[in-house]
Design a protein around this ligand. Structure first.
Ligand code: ADP
Length: 733
């Protein structure tokens, strides 16, 4: 149903919603109400007990209920209450008349409705009635046919002047979708009634009390007497509950003399009401009401079944379309082409005026869609902010006023997000559909404040009132929303698959480039080594055999050639080990750290090369798990640097040890050398970064190599230093 922005504008009817109709304090006269406490003492009695049962109401108060209904029945009810069993109705003869007793619980009290009846149907009659109802309602093909059948049957069974079925929309406005009536009466078919006509608490009562009868709209309410003042009785479950004066006035204004209303439930939700109107008073007794309960029960089942069948059928159709669309996507070179350029289009998937795919900042549209800039704004300012990945509305400008810029192209939208990416969407658009909506009376004057009665009064005129409904598109159905979600999941799968293929391709390229580079650097180093050996060899010959023949300048040149070739060799060796590191297999073992350090120091021949340097090594440094050659390289590089950069201090000192940090063993090497500016503490680990000037030999590769080895061991390295105050390098594996 399409009543939304055109539906009645806000008018404070909250008073109606708050009216406490369940503790109304009066009953209808076609039966008597008596309540008793758990000991069977009568606490409440309606004033009409004399007329219905032959006992004065006042005299009944504080008496035992068993005196009225008999010890046996009372015991049955008492036990039923304590065992939380369903309380059954009972037939009695009271005051010479057949009476049915209908028991209910009302908080801590037992509440009994006493009603006279004419004729009790036999089990056989009930069976015949039920079979007929089942047959007639079960043969209806569509929901509309089911509704027409139901109003005809109801009218023929109960003989009301008019029987209607109201269907509720999402906002609880009701539309008359089926009607059976006396010939000369004006038809209400197709008319809409605002939600406030049946306020919330009245709708809720329908769940508990499925059939509600008002036997005489012009009745005189019967007061409920109580043995203690100010103790209102909850009449929610009583079928004799009095009627709200506002509702009575509403029915009077409609010229209704009696009514019967029953709830129609589909999938556990109040779907609508079946409402019977009679121009005079009309009594429908307990047994007839039961027939009505059977009828709405069967109707509700059929309705649920038909709704589910419709839903499933439509979902199946969507699945077929989805499969076809996906096949197109797989067959074509892109998602865009699959959804827009093939035989079946995205717009064929869901009834719409236009659709768009927003993928990786590209917008592709078909049919009537807003321009790209507007779609971008819609996503950035509205859709991307929604938590849910699905959004739908049949009046977008109401929730996103900027949609008014789209000039009715996007009055309705259904959008689904593709994956977790907040920028990719599938969106279907629906244009405005201007409709004439007829109301039962001007819905803008639903009620007015009645000075005499000091309360709200319902509208007086129910004359057909037609208005143009604007700013609304057709509603999105459940199966369309489900279909869109399902399609988005499949498209998302394709996107992920494409992305994976793309990443695999890039990975392959990267690997090829890496291998090429490795071969290149290995080849280059190898090629450079040969001439370098030549240069170095000749320089050595010069130095050894011809040094004495050379002048001062020549000797300096030979020394410089030898130093340069030495440095060049270092660089080539380091580059080779750096380039080979990433593909080198690790052989892990448990290494005794102190032994490893001692071996390195022995190799460095400290006593000869660094005679001034004092080295303090912690006893029993925890062992390490890793590749022996690589970790030896780590320690050797760090110790070599510490020795090198502290060599020129007055009393060089190295301290080697470990600390526990965040439950990890962190090894450290501390020196009291030249240190470095702390602003370079990250950069020193980059390839070819040197910050120690030309006084110290080096290639700028050592720390980069160390870092790479530690990364391979899932470890890390960092340094603390200050210029002139020494450095400490920390690492863990
Ligand atoms: P190099 O071959 O230059 O020593 P490294 O990669 O080993 O190359 O070190 C990079 C730079 O880090 C060095 O040039 C130096 O500036 C600084 N550095 C490394 N270790 C120390 C240290 N113990 N004391 C002071 N500076 C250091």
């Amino acid at each position: 149903m399409l009543i939304k922005s055109g539906s009645p504008k806000s008018l404070d009817l909250s008073k109606c919603e708050k009216e406490p109709i369940h503790i109304i304090g009066v009953t209808q006269p076609h039966g008597a109400v008596i309540a008793c406490d758990k000991d069977g003492n009568i606490t409440h009695a309606s004033e009409n007990t004399e007329a219905v049962l032959g006992y004065n109401a006042q005299s009944l108060l504080n008496q035992k209920i068993s005196r009225l209904i008999g010890e046996d029945l009372w015991n049955k009810y008492k036990n039923g209450i304590s065992e939380k069993a369903v309380l059954e109705t009972a037939d009695l003869i009271l005051n010479g008349k057949p009476i049915i007793v209908v028991p209910h619980l009302s908080n801590d009290k037992l509440l009994l409705d006493f009603e006279q009846y004419d004729k009790k149907s036999s089990n056989y009659d009930i069976q015949v009635e039920l079979t007929t109802l089942l047959k007639k309602l079960g043969s209806a093909g569509t929901i509309n046919e089911l509704c027409s059948e139901a109003v005809d049957i109801t009218r023929s069974i109960f003989g009301y002047d008019r029987v209607m079925i109201y269907k509720f929309d999402e906002e609880w406005n009701g539309q008359v979708v089926a009607e059976a009536k006396k010939e000369n009466m004006e038809s209400f078919l197709g008319l809409n009634y605002p939600a406030s006509d049946i306020p919330k608490q009245a709708r809720e009562l329908f769940y508990k009390n499925k059939v509600r009868v008002i036997s005489d709209v012009n009745y005189k309410p019967v007061k409920l007497l109580s043995n203690t003042p100010h103790s209102p009785l909850d009449l929610t479950n009583s079928q004799l509950r009095g009627v709200s004066p506002i509702h009575i006035e509403y029915l009077q204004n409609m010229n209704v003399g009696a009514s019967m209303t029953a709830a129609l439930i589909s999938n556990g939700k109040l779907w609508g009401l079946i409402t019977c109107h009679h121009s005079q008073s009309k009594l429908v007794d307990f047994y007839q009401r039961q027939t009505c309960e059977f009828l709405v029960g069967i109707f509700s089942n059929e309705l649920t079944l038909k709704n589910s069948e419709n839903y499933l059928e439509n979902i199946q159709k969507k699945e077929i379309l989805k499969t076809e669309l996906l096949q197109q996507v797989y067959r074509s070179d892109s998602i865009e082409n699959g959804l827009f350029e093939s035989a079946l289009k995205l717009t064929d998937f869901i009834d719409c005026n236009g659709a768009a795919l927003i993928l990786n900042e590209n917008i592709k549209g078909i049919g009537e869609v807003p321009d790209d800039a507007l779609i971008k704004d819609l996503i950035a300012d509205f859709l991307s902010k929604k938590k849910e990945s699905v959004f739908f509305s049949n009046q977008l400008p109401q929730v996103y006023p900027d949609a008014a810029r789209f000039e009715n192209v996007a009055t309705g939208i259904l959008s689904v997000r593709l994956g977790d990416n907040n920028d990719n969407y599938l969106i279907w658009f629906r244009s405005e559909v201007v409709k004439n909506v007829s109301w039962g009376g001007n819905p803008n004057n639903k009620a007015y404040y009645n000075e005499d009665k000091k309360r709200l009064s319902p509208r007086k005129s129910f004359e057909k009132w037609t208005e143009k409904l604007r700013g609304v598109s057709n509603v999105w159905n459940d199966f369309e929303i489900k279909g869109a979600t399902s399609l988005s999941e499949s498209i998302n799968y394709v996107i992920l698959k494409n992305q994976k293929a793309e990443i695999d391709k890039l990975n392959k390229k990267l690997l090829e480039a890496h291998n090429e580079l490795k071969l290149f650097s290995q080849g280059l180093s190898h090629d450079l080594n040969a001439p370098l050996r030549g240069v170095s060899g000749y320089a050595h010959i010069l130095k050894e055999d011809h040094y004495v023949d050379l002048e001062q300048k020549g000797r300096m040149a030979v020394d410089s050639i030898l130093a340069s070739t030495e440095k060049m060799k270092d660089i080539i060796d380091n580059v080779l080990s750096f380039a080979g590191l990433s593909t080198k297999e690790m052989v892990k073992s448990c290494l005794v750290t102190n032994t490893l350090i001692m071996d390195i120091l022995t190799q460095f021949n400290i006593a000869v090369n660094y005679p001034k340097t004092k080295i303090i090594i912690e006893d029993h440094i925890p062992s390490m798990l890793g590749d022996k050659r690589m970790l030896t390289q780590v320690w050797a590089n760090l110790i070599a640097n510490a020795l090198k950069y502290s060599e020129n201090t007055a009393s060089p000192k190295l301290e080697i040890g470990s600390v526990i940090k965040d439950r990890k063993t962190v090894y450290y090497i501390k020196d009291n050398g030249i240190g470095f500016d702390p602003k370079y503490k990250e950069e020193i680990f980059n390839l070819f970064s040197r910050f120690s000037g030309n006084d110290y030999k080096g290639t700028g590769i050592g720390l980069a190599l160390v870092k790479k080895i530690l990364e391979k061991h899932e470890g890390d390295i960092w340094a603390e230093s200050e210029l002139g105050k020494g450095s400490t390098f920390f690492f863990y594996v």
